[in-house]
Design a protein around this ligand. Structure first.
Ligand SMILES: C[S@@+](CC[C@H](N)C(=O)[O-])C[C@H]1O[C@@H](n2cnc3c(N)ncnc32)[C@H](O)[C@@H]1O
Length: 281
């Protein structure tokens, strides 16, 4: 289920997410790397095989390769063009000898990657047709006491104040509500209770942590570009679902030369929560 109308997933958007929220990613990846570095049976996990499930452009894969200097990292994704960015980033980070990419549709079952010691799954499990089945299959190829770390969100991140100086107040609330109805039809596992699903799939949850996103513009130089990439994607996903007034507001936000352009605003507030759930096989 990788057709994802209205969802983040464009490669530029993923890269901007990785850059603008670098400190939040570091918080989550440090936590997972610390858990993974604890001795697991006879294998030291730092020498282990790490999988990035639905790696996208590789923020997780590269972050874990850097943090676990002896690990081999396999970035798995159905989208070949995203994995090309992972390979380029691995070169740039000096970890290309330990990071490889693998094109696979996980809805067709897991490639033979056993034994896996650590899997990182960020914003990807909700795209799968049957996440519990995929998590159970993953557990079967995971080494005894190996880990899976799931980073997911209940709601999309928010960027805008209530009053934008254009259109009716509450534009973003209405856009997010419209997106929710698109998701309910197309991506039903968004906001699933991941700890419960992991348990159903046979895993034992060992850690849960809320990564709180709270960045105010103009704090980060790319925040406006990130907001623009997000609303551009939203505009495609919501086609025909907003009323005429909100359509106009959205167009004004995306008009880079106009007075309300996202790229020029100094009132952006990027906020939301991603929940990190770590489980043992
Ligand atoms: C929202 S992106 C997240 C990417 C990355 N993990 C991150 O956090 O930046 C979801 C990723 O899951 C991948 N994906 C969706 N369905 C998939 C499937 N059936 N098999 C493999 N990858 C899939 C998409 O191609 C996309 O790269």
């Amino acid at each position: 289920m990788h057709d994802e109308p209205g969802l983040p997933g464009g490669d530029d958007l993923l890269d901007l997410d990785g850059e603008v929220l670098a400190a939040r990613w570091a918080e989550a990846l440090d936590r997972v790397a610390a858990l993974a570095a604890e001795p697991v049976g006879s294998r030291a996990t730092s020498h282990a095989r790490v999988v990035d499930l639905g790696a996208g452009t590789g923020t997780g894969a590269i972050g874990l390769a850097v943090r676990l200097p002896d690990a081999e990292v396999v970035a798995v994704d159905v989208a070949e063009q995203s994995l090309a960015r992972v390979a380029a980033k691995a070169q740039a980070a000096g970890v290309a000898d330990r990071v490889r990419t693998l094109v696979a549709d996980l809805d067709d079952g897991w490639p033979d990657l056993a034994p896996v010691d650590l899997t990182w799954a960020s914003m990807s499990l909700h795209h799968l047709a049957d996440p519990v089945r995929s998590l159970a299959e993953l557990r079967a190829i995971t080494s005894p006491r190996g880990l899976v770390a799931v980073s997911e969100f209940d709601e999309p991140v928010r960027f805008l104040p209530d009053d934008l100086g254009i259109g009716r107040p509450g534009f973003e609330d209405r856009a997010v509500a419209a997106l929710g109805s698109v998701h309910a039809e197309a991506v039903p596992h968004i906001g699933a209770p991941w700890a419960t699903l992991l348990t159903e799939a046979g895993w034992t949850v060992v850690d849960q942590h809320e990564v709180v996103i709270d960045e105010r513009s103009p704090g980060h130089p790319l925040a406006g570009r990130y907001a623009r990439a997000w609303f551009d994607r939203l505009a495609h996903g919501l086609e025909g679902r907003l009323d005429a007034d909100d359509e106009q507001t959205l167009a004004a936000l995306l008009d880079d030369d106009g007075p309300h352009a996202l790229l020029r605003r100094d009132d952006l507030h990027l906020h939301g929560i991603r929940t990190l759930t770590v489980a043992r096989a």
